[in-house]
Design a protein around this ligand. Structure first.
Ligand code: PLP
Length: 392
């Protein structure tokens, strides 16, 4: 049984507000905070750089999280590189591929800036970027198949869109990319921890947030690399080398070669038990719960005069607007009137969001800890705001 009351005990902050911005970042459970406290208070040292007891324990705990994440995703832990966030994971790929002039990246009109800007920035190196159009939050039918060709080096797509919550058939696109001899990167920022994943070993690169569906602390993420030899290191320094002289150096294998310098040790150590919590809840159960709450919000807002809902039914990321009101103003009112935290504006996906409304949208996003009562409170508060506007 999904014990929501017990789960919410893990997140004391939830008693102070109605948090509906989990698509941006999740609240952090006690178990993660306690693991970070234990690191700071009991054994803090650097990772992989010491023979003394504290350093050995730090390295063990840090590497344990890599094992947990690998097990959780069904992929080998030594193909997982820790990063600060999803954005950095995607940039590791953009900077690590040895691009040639004329190479093409195929992406879509549904992407977060994190999965668009790194490719656009490559244009000055002669890489071409094709953006496949979208329709109603989905990639245009046959669009990827049509766009992928002999010059395509990489297909880069998100799995669940952060503006509308629509699910993209990434397994099908992996097949299309591989049939054309191209690689595929999947931006899983909005899916991992929220829903059962397709077989992750179908993808060449998987960009993983630690601080969203996996409930880890901010400043954590990872990149799965199916074949580490396809990427060059793009940041150099300590901890990544086997041998160094003044003339040359030999890099260690993955993951060390992609993790120079002191990483976010407490964050990664906190991520381990957070993944344990997600596993204990079960991603299938989380998905069912989040959908139920999302549908409640969707139904309530869709029935409301003066409110436009852009996300399809079934989504757990619900974008909407109140007629005649700026999204930011609606977000401020929701906070003032009912302590409700929602995101407003472009959601770092300006092309997609502006296609819905040039001013952006208000976005309510559900987490594993969101209750039906909180969904109802949002619907009531939006209703009040819309009525006040209509009668003003
Ligand atoms: N991709 C998508 C689809 C997102 O929703 C986000 C953030 O919301 C990102 C990438 C960037 O994630 P991060 O903040 O972990 O870099």
């Amino acid at each position: 049984m999904y014990d929501l009351a017990a789960l919410r005990e893990e997140f004391p902050v939830l008693s102070t507000c109605i948090y509906l911005d989990s698509a941006a970042t999740s609240q952090t459970p006690r178990c993660a905070v306690e693991a970070m406290n234990a690191y700071f208070f009991e054994y803090a040292a650097n990772h992989g750089r010491g023979a003394f007891r504290l350093a050995r324990r730090t390295t063990e705990e840090y590497e344990r999280t890599r094992e947990h994440l690998g097990e959780f995703l069904g992929i080998p832990a030594d193909h997982l590189v820790f990063s600060r966030n999803t954005t950095e994971a995607i940039n590791l790929v953009a900077r690590g591929i040895c691009w040639e002039k004329g190479d093409e990246v195929v992406t879509t009109a549904l992407e977060h800036h994190a999965n668009l800007l790194p490719w656009l920035a490559l244009r000055e190196r002669g890489v071409r970027v094709k953006v496949v159009p979208q329709e109603g939050g989905y990639v245009q039918e046959g669009g990827i198949q049509e766009a992928v060709g002999r010059a395509t080096r990489l297909v880069a797509v998100n799995h669940v869109t952060n503006v509308l919550g629509t699910v993209i058939p990434v397994e099908e696109y992996a097949q299309v990319a591989h049939d054309a001899g191209a690689a595929i990167l999947v931006d899983a920022a909005q899916s991992i921890g929220h829903m059962p994943m397709p077989r992750t070993d179908l993808f060449d690169y998987l960009a993983i947030p630690g601080h969203k569906g996996l409930l880890g602390p901010q400043g954590t993420g990872a990149l799965y690399i199916a074949d580490p030899d396809t990427l060059a290191a793009s940041c150099y320094g300590g901890g990544m080398v086997a041998d160094v002289s003044h003339d040359q150096f030999t890099l260690l294998p993955c993951p060390a070669r992609f993790e120079p310098g002191t990483p976010n040790i407490p964050g990664v150590i906190g991520l381990g038990p957070a993944i344990g919590l997600v596993k204990a809840l079960g991603v299938g159960a989380i998905h069912r719960h989040e959908r139920e709450v999302g549908e409640r919000i969707h139904a309530g807002l869709s029935a409301m005069p003066g409110v436009t809902v852009y996300s399809p039914l079934g989504s757990t990321v619900i974008s909407f607007n109140v007629a005649g009101m700026a999204p930011d103003f609606v977000a401020v009112l929701l906070d003032q009137k009912a302590g409700i935290c929602v995101r407003s504006g472009m959601h770092c996906a300006q092309p997609l969001t502006q296609s819905l409304d040039p001013r952006g949208t208000v976005r309510a996003s559900v987490g594993c800890y969101t209750t039906n009562d909180e969904a109802d409170a949002l619907v009531r508060a939006v209703g009040e705001i819309a009525r006040e506007k209509a009668t003003a």
